[in-house]
Write a protein that binds this ligand. Structure first.
Ligand SMILES: [Cu+2]
Length: 167
């Protein structure tokens, strides 16, 4: 806990030094993203390099939804099917559901189509939210979050958003 508070204090100092940023920031290190049919709310999240964050993905929709972060949409048979570059790949991350630790495969609902180390969070309709905890890597720039369920139709209907990583 002490180490966590220390990270938050550092993040706050960094934010102050940069004059802040605005937007749906995660100043406390925690942000909840709601998935609906077919959108993310908020649809823009700002993260600071080095900040420990807890991103919770909650499904408020009538469909199963997922949240993944990456760049460059990968096409499969003419349909959007994930990203070419994954934001989380190779990173240390932890997942929680119902206050208990779960593994990466549990967080992605056993989906074997994608690599297991991309930080994918799949929440079925009516299921408990999933939280991912990680330290924001030095990958400054604009990334995208998206849901590619139902053969990419969720993505095509606008289920996407921005993840902006700043120093
Ligand atoms: Cu979806």
């Amino acid at each position: 806990m002490r180490a966590f508070m220390s990270v938050l204090a550092t993040a706050a100092v960094v934010a102050a030094a940069c004059g802040g940023g605005g937007g749906a920031a995660a100043p406390s290190g925690a942000v909840t993203i709601k998935g609906t049919d077919y959108a993310f709310s908020p649809d823009t999240v700002r993260l600071k390099v080095g900040q420990e964050v807890r991103i919770t993905f909650r499904n408020d929709g009538e469909k199963d939804h997922e949240m993944m972060i990456g760049k460059g949409v990968k096409m499969m048979d003419g349909k959007p099917d994930g990203y070419q570059t994954w934001f989380m790949q190779g990173m240390q991350m932890r997942f929680e559901r119902d206050g208990k630790a779960i593994d990466a495969m549990g967080a992605m609902g056993g989906d074997m189509d994608e690599p297991s180390d991309i930080g994918m969070m799949l929440v079925d309709k009516g299921a408990s939210p999933v939280t991912i905890v990680f330290t924001v890597p030095d990958k400054v720039g604009e990334w995208e979050m998206g849901c590619f369920e139902d053969n990419g139709t969720h993505y095509d209907q606008g289920m996407k958003g921005k993840v902006i990583v700043e120093k």
